[in-house]
Design a protein around this ligand. Structure first.
Ligand code: SF4
Length: 367
């Protein structure tokens, strides 16, 4: 009995050791992680934590989302509350002015966020919207020096260049799911459209943030496909969304995930992308529930506060969770930030992100 238990544990530790030695996961190994028996999840997590520790220690990066433009999108992403086919009851507004975006940036700073994410719904930005975002980003860089990620939809090369010149560090554009499954969740654009935009961003010299949404009715092979595709794209950050099915969207009745499966997905992401930032993104609270903290033994990043059109748990609870884990929030990789919660006055403002999300967890989208 004891020997059998040891061999279970050593199976996952052997896999982690191979990863630490530079081995790239095969599809079969990816499948085995997703099919890990529930009773072995702790063993899998412990082995995965060795990989996380090797590359990120006990560090956690916080991201704060700002929904700069909500709803009014002509695309039909089935998971998204901001889509033209969504009947979700969300706020709809055009792109936020400089004052609102700067308030969000100051809040990101107050909450010890490493990155401020400016997200706008829509197929892609107009040139005027790009100019507006560029102006705000320059101001944020001058005044606050925050790391900036934008999520604006499909970008033309000249738009990407302008964003890079303005100081945007990173662009988020999620692949969301596999090439094969893509047409089941969206018919107004293709997987290849998304790949093309990632290439435009890379060519403009900005970092790539691209992730997935789990729980939309995909097969495990779809999750493995997208994880493998991301492997070839040199992404800096992978947000892992767990579907938060919003009423009024085509996926409103999808509630297929359990927390243990979510943990297996996070372990797979860490083992397949050992040195890449893995973020537990939208749907964290809803799907991981009491196991949220355990997710950080695989992932090294979180969205703090609200998502785009859905609420997250309070920043106080996130700070408490990190502290209880004995992990530390890092604002940038050269400077430590204490894992203490900011002053309560700052947290009081913190609840007012005022945004919604793209229906999906983070925005799944686009974001
Ligand atoms: S995910 Fe983005 S592109 Fe798709 S419907 Fe939502 S806002 Fe539009």
């Amino acid at each position: 009995m004891v020997a059998a238990e040891f061999s279970v544990s050593s199976r996952w530790h052997a896999l982690a050791s191979r990863v630490l030695a530079g081995h790239a996961l095969t599809r079969e190994e990816c499948q085995s992680v997703l099919e890990c028996p529930d009773v072995e999840v702790l063993d899998l997590l412990a082995a995965t934590f060795r990989v996380r520790r090797e590359h990120f220690g006990l560090k956690v990066h916080f991201y704060l989302l700002k929904n700069a433009k909500s709803g009014l999108c002509p695309e039909d992403c089935h998971y998204c509350s901001q889509s033209v086919i969504s009947e979700a009851d969300i706020d709809k507004y055009v792109i936020s002015n400089e004052r609102v975006l700067m308030e969000g940036a100051r809040r990101a700073k107050d909450l010890n966020s490493r990155t401020y994410c400016i997200v706008a719904s829509g197929r892609g930005p107009s040139d005027r919207e790009v100019d507006h975002v560029c102006g705000v980003v320059k101001k944020i860089k001058d005044e606050l020096g925050l790391h900036i990620c934008v999520c604006l939809g499909f970008l033309k090369p000249e738009q990407a260049k302008r964003l890079a010149d303005a100081g945007v560090d990173r662009v988020n554009h999620n692949l969301n799911t596999s090439r094969e499954f893509y047409e089941k969740i969206c018919t107004t654009h293709t997987y290849q459209d998304r790949v093309d935009t990632l290439n435009v961003v890379r060519n403009a010299g900005m970092e790539l943030c691209s992730g997935l949404i789990v729980g939309m009715g995909e097969q495990q092979s779809d999750i493995i496909d997208v994880i493998m595709d991301l492997k070839g794209m040199n992404v800096a950050s992978i947000p892992v969304n767990f579907l938060h099915a919003v009423d009024g969207t085509p996926l409103q009745r999808k509630h297929d995930l359990d927390p243990r499966y979510c943990l297996k997905v996070l372990c797979l992401l860490r083992l397949a992308h050992p040195a890449v930032e893995i973020r537990i993104a939208g749907g964290r609270e809803l799907n991981l529930r009491s196991m949220q903290a355990m997710g950080l033994y695989a992932a090294n990043s979180l969205f703090v506060s609200d998502y785009l059109t859905t609420k997250g748990q309070s920043p106080e609870l996130d700070f408490e969770m990190i502290k209880d884990l004995g992990f530390e929030i890092i604002v940038d990789d050269h400077q430590h930030s204490p894992t203490e919660a900011p002053a309560s006055a700052e947290l009081a403002q913190a609840g007012s992100c005022g945004s919604g999300s793209c229906g999906s967890p983070t925005c799944g989208t686009h974001a």
